[in-house]
Design a protein around this ligand. Sequence first.
Ligand code: HEM
Length: 484
Amino acid sequence: MVDRAPSTPAGAAAPLSRPLVDKGLVKWHLIVAMTWFGIALLAGLFYSLQLLQHWPLPKIAVLSPGRIRMIHTNMIAFGFLTNAFLAMLYWTIPRLTGQRVLSSKLGWLIFAAWNGIVLATYVGLHLGQAQAIEWGETPVWVDPLVVVGALLVWLQFYPPIVRTREKALYVSLWYFSAGFIWLGLTYIMGNFFPQYLVAGNAAGPLLGLYIHDLVGLWVTPMGWGMMYFFVPIILKKPIWSHALSLVGFWGLAFFYPLQGVHHFLGSPIPMFAQYSAVISTIAIEIVVTTVIINFFMTWRGSEGTLQRSIPIRWFWVGALNYFITCLQCAFQVTLTFQQVIHFTDWVVGHAHMVMFGVFSFWIFGMTEHLWPKLTGHEWWSSGLRRWSFWLTTLGLGSMFLVLTSSGVVEGFMSLNLAPRATILDTVRPFWMVRSITGLAIIAGFACLAVNMVMTARAGRITHVDTEYTPYEEVGDEEVALGAV
Ligand code: HEM
């Protein structure tokens, strides 16, 4: 592994006949990611209305609430996160390796194929063709296409990593290389095995493994690799400890796949499997802590950036949210605590905090940093940037608090054998607040989306050619472009 920040992309200093980075692919993956994100947010808001018994579109099968819930989660995972990660890979891998990806044409094929798959999933879910696998609801006829999509991604991004003349690979590349393989394997395991090979109680651990590995072996390595790339560059200093980032990588690889059963604690799955999931979850908490420590120790000494740099704000709050989820996990993984919070909103709050509060916040940090470089324009409105950050942060923070509280209330009421109808009546005010926080999040996202469109159309033209310029030579203008 290379012992420095990724500030000098190998080969990027020399003039190139063809751009090292295909900015069009980065830009379009990001645009489409944001579009799916908007659709997923609306689906989340609508579904929250169902839980308030105010479903606005009754008696229309294609718009029934159960289908909308699946659209919410699937569009987040496959539409938003995966497109945003592809954008990130097209930007980072050529810079880290000094090599282009295999082919721009293949890039556009992947772009069309992947978004065709997401669209097919979207339509299939509306039509009620969901597969009975949580987060694997993609219709069965779409599943083989996803595997082909994962193979194409592998084909596109491995060649630059193999061809690089760097003697050692920066840690982000470790995460990315492993993540490509894990994505395909995880998807095959979760979507084909329970569907065709394993049934009943034996399928439970596989499903738990799938849900968790989709986050742990695809979203997490991409997210960590992204953070380890962008944070040192924006702060203009190396990460604090490369040894710690190595511990993170091997810890993730070893412990993450073992913890899927923690979704089914207290179920008929054999106790040895449940206990081993608890132990590996504790281990993974330590691993996640290494990433959080590395982030904050890298940031230490640059405290002013929290005020000056909006990308750093997103990364910083994301790291803080990571710490909160990690702390929360220490409690919720115990069997004692599970007796209270299992099947409650506590878990939904946890899911939003990780998927949204950590990885989506880091994606927003990346977007804040990259968008001016992709469009060649400075941000159109600094006010909208701030509004977007605050509305989203406060919206998510209050959503998390309200869901965690309602989870505890629901849990204790259930333990005291309160009738389900009474529990639902009690938590409904919490759910009303959840819908209001959802509106705040949507408003925050609208600020970001409008600002992105207006920046592309009417932002002030920047005077820096970011195409070939290595980061450390950009100097103060880099700060003016993306970091502030
Ligand atoms: C407008 C903002 C949002 C609203 C109103 C909202 C609302 C909801 C609702 C009502 C559910 C179903 C909860 C249940 O079945 O009890 C849900 C589930 C979920 N949402 Fe959201 N959501 C929003 C944004 C997001 C974002 C941005 C993400 C991720 C980036 C996300 C990730 C999830 C996940 C992973 C679940 C499944 C949770 C589980 O099954 O435990 N949501 N959301």
